[in-house]
Design a protein around this ligand. Structure first.
Ligand code: JD8
Length: 389
């Protein structure tokens, strides 16, 4: 990958010579060029900024140096270059995420345009769009004095994803924001330090239990610190997925009836067990399954339950209030349920009516495949299975 950085403070990017990017250059994976934007100025003072049209505080970066830099650096002359992305780091950009890092890591060339002062003349961005893909990216919701720090961070996050860079690419999958879960706590020698001991499970040598403990720690940490990572934002406003309590049972029972009337209509059959369950059945189910509910503005609007059956993670009763379906909450609940699966689970299983076309389509889109017919209670239902990644 080739990376060019345009900045009036090239020394800000000096850290790229160190650590990861330095190693990538050594491996021939990265061709990094940091350019002083003043190279493309022609006045005695090498001016790169001027006063804003329309008045206002501060200065704006002039368009000409950027335009000439793009020309000189051959940033895709002629038709828009498919393999180059010009990145403007700006507080008004799209949030930088691991997903965006993965996307940028597929590019052959990145060109970072780093602003200072009040920002860059808008025509530079408009002009850049005529030459290559443009991404305006923000490092986060806080104000820096320029775009260099963001270019530095984005470069590090992208370069370490380049194929052949990480000694053990598998380790990438385990990382925060890659697995969708925050990292579990790590420990090294000594086993006891200032009265603080390493958790026994980590000294047990039982890799199954260790993986189970680590996964559980990762889920807990994510639920405590970043619940948004666990369930995204399918519904407007504040909502969250939480473990169900007995107090939720009446609403759960009502939601079940509402959702399974839909199933009954879809399958033209009343032979649907949930429709024949009592409130006590609903209470008892809380002991048989790990059940989670979603509340939005205090209203119970969705639910899912999970349990381990051998090495299969069984996902059941995935419900979304009929009036709120189609907003992605079902997908968020399914992803949440999958993420809860313990290491012992090698696949996910769920069930739906054999004639529930919308559900069947939804689950197939999520990677599930029909694995067999469910023969019980006189209903036509099918099992769907998905191997775990
Ligand atoms: C580029 C000029 C400073 C910003 C007036 C302070 C990114 N996450 C981020 N926060 N801040 C930036 C960023 C700040 C920049 C420039 C990026 C160019 N400034 C300006 C607007 C208010 N000053 C950033 N990525």
């Amino acid at each position: 990958m080739r990376i060019d950085v345009l900045t009036i403070f090239p020394d800000y990017l000096a850290p790229l010579e160190l650590s990861l990017p330095g190693k990538a250059r050594g491996k021939g994976l990265l061709d990094l060029h940091v350019h002083d934007l003043r190279r493309w100025t022609h006045d005695r003072h090498h001016t790169t900024d001027d006063t804003p049209y329309g008045g206002g505080a501060g200065m704006v970066m002039k368009p000409e140096p950027f335009g000439e830099a793009f020309d000189d650096l051959g940033v895709s002359t002629g038709s828009t270059d498919e393999q180059t992305t010009i990145v403007f780091t700006t507080p008004s950009g799209e949030p930088f995420t691991q997903a965006l890092a993965r996307e940028l890591a597929t590019r052959e060339r990145l060109v970072f345009a780093c602003g200072r002062y009040e920002g860059i003349d808008q025509r530079v961005i408009d002009h850049a769009r005529t030459r290559a893909e443009v991404r305006e990216v923000s490092l986060g919701d806080y104000v820096l004095n320029g775009g260099e720090v963001a270019a530095l961070a984005i470069t590090e996050a992208v370069v370490r994803l380049l194929p052949g860079f990480m000694g053990n690419p598998e380790s990438l999958l385990e990382e925060s924001h890659e697995s969708g879960l925050l990292e579990y706590p790590s420990y090294t020698k000594p086993a006891s330090w200032r009265g603080l001991d390493v958790p026994d499970v980590l000294l047990s040598g039982d890799h199954g239990r260790i993986a189970e403990w680590r996964h559980d720690q990762a889920v807990r940490r994510t639920a405590e610190r970043r619940p948004d990572l666990l369930h995204g934002s399918a519904l407007a406003g504040e909502w969250e997925i939480v473990p169900a309590t007995p107090a939720d049972v009446p609403e759960l029972y009502t939601l079940t009836r509402a959702c399974w009337v839909q199933e009954a209509l879809a399958n033209e059959s009343l032979a649907i067990p949930p429709l024949h369950e009592t409130l006590d059945d609903a209470r008892a189910a809380l002991d048989a399954w790990q059940t989670y509910v979603v509340r939005s503005a205090g209203r119970l609007v969705g639910s899912v339950r999970v349990r381990l059956d051998g090495d299969v993670w069984e996902i059941g009763r995935l419900m979304v209030a009929p009036d709120l379906q189609g907003k992605g909450l079902g997908r968020a609940l399914l992803e949440y349920a999958e993420r809860l699966a313990p290491p012992a689970a090698s696949s996910y299983r769920l069930m739906t009516g054999s004639r529930s076309e919308p559900n069947l389509r939804r689950y197939k889109r999520a990677g599930y495949r029909v694995s067999g017919a469910y023969d019980g209670h006189g209903i036509e239902a099918v099992y769907l299975l998905k191997r775990r990644r």
